[in-house]
Design a protein. Structure first.
Length: 230
């Protein structure tokens, strides 16, 4: 257990910092995912064939491509795209995208694809008669969504969003390839330094399980809160 001491004697403080980074990236990615879901969910439900095709392409491609490949595309391809644009304006030096932004955005896009399907399914599960009743009563679309659709959508979506959160949390281990020091990256560094990979990778598994357990407890409370009366 000396390997987990804080300070120069162990890796405890580094692992705590890495765990905090994992949490921050996961939460940031989930919010980015919600942003994409709010954009693409109406498009998937739209009767416009072009918008429907565009949104379906997003969810199909992102869910069908390995998560690591998506991260590589944004980390290396993103830098290349920015450097190309910069070269048009005469800037020739190398530009590297911040690892935190790259990791959060790439995982957020993955999270958004799954969240879009969750929101779509939740909205389609709401009784169509409620949409018709709101229209007959003259409720404007914003109030209809905010007061009628959103509360019911959350109730139906939370159980599946918990799965999206689990995917997002575990996908943070993949962004270690960008150099961002989260749990997996810090475990790799500590294992290489001490030559004790079994201990540090096992401890990383414990950290992920702990985060998963706490997350599920919080999500279960939200599920109970939004399921009152049902």
């Amino acid at each position: 257990m000396e390997l987990l001491y804080f300070g120069d004697k162990g890796w405890g403080d580094e692992l705590v910092t890495a765990t905090f980074m994992t949490i921050v990236v996961s939460i940031t990615a989930m919010f980015i995912g919600f942003f994409f879901a709010l954009i693409f969910t109406p498009l998937k439900l739209s009767k416009n064939k072009f918008l429907n095709f565009f949104s379906n392409s997003y969810t199909t491609v992102i869910r069908g491509v390995p998560e690591l490949l998506v991260i590589y595309l944004f980390f290396f391809g993103g830098s290349g795209a920015i450097m190309y644009v910069a070269s048009i304006f005469g800037y020739k030096d190398y530009i590297e995208i911040n690892a935190f932004l790259t990791g959060s955005f790439s995982i957020g896009i993955i999270s958004g694809a799954y969240s879009t399907e969750v929101f779509r399914g939740a909205i389609q599960s709401i009784d169509k008669g409620q949409f018709e009743a709101a229209k007959v009563l003259g409720v404007n679309k914003f109030t209809q969504f905010y007061k009628i659709i959103l509360p019911q959508m959350l109730r139906l979506a939370i159980p599946n969003l918990s799965n999206v959160w689990q995917i997002t949390l575990k996908d943070t281990s993949l962004i270690s390839v960008t150099g961002l020091v989260e749990i997996m990256r810090q475990s790799y560094i500590a294992a290489g330094s001490t030559r004790d990979p079994l201990f540090f990778y096992s401890f990383a598994a414990v950290l992920y399980l702990m985060l998963t357990y706490i997350s599920m407890k919080l999500i279960n409370r939200l599920e109970v809160k939004y399921s009152r009366g049902h």
